[in-house]
Design a protein around this ligand. Structure first.
Ligand code: PRP
Length: 187
């Protein structure tokens, strides 16, 4: 484990740095082949997707444009509320563009479902999703995620962009937290 300052907080590593980097490189190569000859716009869903966005984009051998949206669905809790708020919208129009939405994790699927519906109304030339992780057995809406790196069990995870109380996003792996971390946070 390479948890650095967070070493006492991590219970188990679910996805190692090496596993993540390997899959991200594979997805980058697939995306490069699929969009050859096209202009591609990556839309990152802040904040969690910023790490995947940075790594993935450097494995895509195409001219790329970048934009970001910020949404909030969890607040400070570890369970989804189903309420999606747009905190920051895109800077540019996407009509006629090939768009790849980049997410860190799909849990209930409510955030992604809302975002896809919202972006479709803006008439992109195409719209696909790249997600690092999808949780098993919890999805509440059917979603077609074309580029998915990992399926994970339905547990709360941090690292590689994902936070608990805004911490842990800079871990190079994805892991679970020791119970004391939650306990200490609520007392
Ligand atoms: C997380 C994640 C997704 C969403 C997935 O974001 O980045 O956007 O929750 O959950 P869902 O499939 O149940 O809707 P969060 O609200 O924690 O914001 P953050 O990325 O800024 O940490």
């Amino acid at each position: 484990m390479d948890a650095g300052a967070y070493a006492n907080d991590i219970e188990q590593v679910l996805l190692s740095r090496e596993e993540i980097q390997g899959r991200v490189a594979e997805l980058g190569a697939r995306i490069t082949a699929d969009y050859e000859g096209l202009d591609l716009l990556l839309i990152g869903v802040l904040k969690g997707a910023f790490v995947l966005m940075a790594d993935l984009s450097r494995h895509i051998g195409l001219p790329l444009e970048f934009d970001f949206m910020a949404v909030s669905s969890y607040g400070a809790a570890t369970q989804t509320s189903g309420v999606v708020r747009i905190l920051k919208d895109l800077d540019h129009e996407i009509a006629g563009k090939h768009v790849l939405l980049v997410e860190d994790i799909v849990d209930s699927g409510l955030t992604l479902s809302y975002l896809l519906k919202n972006l479709r109304t803006r008439r992109p030339a195409s719209l696909e999703v790249c997600a690092l992780m999808q949780k098993n057995d919890v999805q509440q809406v059917p979603l077609d995620i074309k580029y998915r790196a990992f399926d994970i069990p339905p547990v709360f995870v941090v690292g590689y962009g994902l936070d608990f109380g805004e911490r842990f996003r800079n871990l190079p792996f994805v892991g679970t937290l020791r119970p004391e971390v939650y306990r200490d946070a609520v007392t």
